[in-house]
Ligand binder design. Structure first.
Ligand code: FAD
Length: 325
C-alpha cells in the first residue's frame, strides 16, 4: 500500500489524497476521492491515465462536474480533473482543449462574429464534458459544430483523431460515453459566421429562457433524465394529456413533462427536492446527500413507469455507487 502511494506520487507530482469531491461538482454533493490530480496540459492527462492503468487503479475524468452524481462515500481510485485550457480561433474554426469551459468558447466566438451555439449559453460544463454527452437542446447539440476530436486511447496507449462521424453522436450519446478508454484531449469546432447583433439577440433570449425555466439559484446537475425518444400511443393517456400528441409528432417527450404529470414537483427527500420550477431538475436545498437524490430518482422512475408505461433513462453519470443502484 505504502509502496503504491510513493509510486503514484513519484509519477504524478502534485497528486493529493482524500479530496472532497462536493467542491468539484455543481450539485455540491460527493465524498472524498482517494486520489485527486489536476492535469493542466495534455502530457499530464495522458501520464495520469497511464499511471492509473499501470497501478490498476480505477480512474475517472472530471470536467466541471456539472453532469455527475457522486456517492457520499466518494470514489476509491484516481479522479483526474481536466484543466487543459488552451484554445485558439482561426477564421471560423476553433481549436479548444477538453478542459476549456464551453461558455468561454461561446462568448469568445461571439466576439469573432461566430455563433450558432445558443443551446450552450449557460451550460456550466467543459468542451470535453459536452462532447462526451453530446450536450445540447432537444434540437441542436455540439455534434453540429464538431469537426474532429483528439483522443488518447488508454487501452491501445495511442493518440487518435476522430472525425465527427466516428464519434457516433446521437441524442445525449457518443462513442466516448460507451468506451471509458477514450480520453478527450481537444477538439476542433466549425462555427457559422453570423452578424454580431443577431448572435447577441439569440444568446440573450436563450439565457433569459434558461433563467425563467431553470432553478439556477440552487446547486443541481441539470436535467437528471433524457427525454423519452418515442411515442406514447395509449388512447386514455392522449385524451388525458393532449400535449402528448404534439410531443409524439416531434418524437421526443420531455422527461420534465412526465415527472410533472405524476404530481412530483416539489417532492422533497432529505435535502434534495424535485424542482418546483423544472421537474427534470433535482436541486440541493442545502445539505442533500447523494442518497436523497437516488431515492428521488427511484421514486420518479417508478411513478413515470406506472403512469405512462415507459422507462426513463438517466442523463447524468453516477460515480462511486455499487452497480445496482
Ligand atoms: C444548470 C445546468 C444547466 C444545464 N444545461 C444543460 C443543457 O442545456 N444541455 C445539456 O446537454 N446539458 C446541460 N447541463 C449538464 C452539463 O452541464 C453538460 O452535460 C456538460 O456538458 C457537462 O460537462 P462537464 O465538464 O461538467 O462534465 P462532467 O460532469 O465533469 O463529466 C460528465 C461526463 O463526461 C466525462 N468527461 C468529461 N471530460 C472528459 C474528457 N476530457 N474525456 C473523457 N470523458 C470526459 C466524465 O468522465 C463524465 O462521465 C446542465 C447542467 C446544469 C447544472
Amino acid at each position: 500500500m505504502q509502496r503504491k502511494i510513493l509510486e503514484i506520487k513519484k509519477m504524478l507530482p502534485g497528486i493529493k489524497k482524500n479530496v472532497l469531491l462536493k467542491n468539484f461538482t455543481t450539485f455540491k454533493i460527493g465524498g472524498p476521492a482517494e486520489y485527486f490530480y489536476i492535469a493542466g496540459i495534455k502530457k499530464e492527462l495522458i501520464k495520469a491515465v497511464q499511471t492509473a492503468k499501470k497501478l490498476k487503479l480505477p480512474f475517472f475524468i472530471l470536467g466541471m462536474g456539472s453532469n455527475v452524481l457522486i456517492s457520499d462515500k466518494g470514489f476509491k481510485g484516481l479522479i483526474i480533473k481536466s484543466s487543459l485550457l488552451n484554445f485558439r480561433f482561426e477564421k471560423n474554426m476553433v481549436y479548444a482543449e477538453s478542459g476549456v469551459p464551453l461558455s468561454l468558447i461561446i462568448q469568445k466566438a461571439a466576439k469573432h462574429g461566430l455563433g450558432d451555439m445558443s443551446w450552450g449559453v449557460g451550460v456550466p460544463g467543459t468542451i470535453g464534458g459536452a462532447i462526451f454527452g453530446n450536450a445540447g437542446s432537444k434540437e441542436n447539440s455540439i455534434k453540429d459544430v464538431v469537426e474532429t476530436v483528439e483522443v488518447f486511447d488508454v487501452k491501445e496507449d495511442k493518440l487518435k483523431i476522430f472525425k465527427e462521424k466516428d464519434c457516433n453522436f446521437s441524442y445525449r450519446e457518443s462513442v466516448f460515453k460507451n468506451n471509458k478508454d477514450l480520453i478527450i484531449l481537444s477538439a476542433t469546432l466549425k462555427l457559422k459566421t453570423i452578424a454580431r447583433e443577431q448572435i447577441k439577440d439569440c444568446y440573450e433570449k436563450s439565457l433569459k429562457y434558461r433563467q425563467n425555466t431553470q432553478p439556477l439559484n440552487f446547486p443541481s446537475a441539470g436535467s437528471i433524465f433524457k427525454g423519452y425518444i418515442g411515442k406514447i400511443g395509449k388512447k386514455e393517456l392522449l385524451n388525458q394529456f393532449p400535449e402528448l400528441i404534439d410531443f409524439n409528432k416531434k418524437g421526443i417527450v420531455p422527461a420534465g413533462y412526465l415527472i410533472d404529470k405524476c404530481g412530483l414537483r416539489g417532492k422533497t427527500i432529505g435535502g434534495a427536492q424535485i424542482s418546483k420550477m423544472h421537474a427534470n431538475f433535482i436541486i440541493n436545498t442545502g445539505n442533500a446527500k447523494a442518497g436523497d437524490v437516488i431515492k428521488l430518482i427511484k421514486l420518479i422512475k417508478i411513478a413515470v413507469k406506472k403512469k405512462f408505461g415507459i422507462k426513463l433513462a438517466e442523463e447524468i453519470k453516477f460515480l462511486g455507487f455499487s452497480k445496482n443502484l
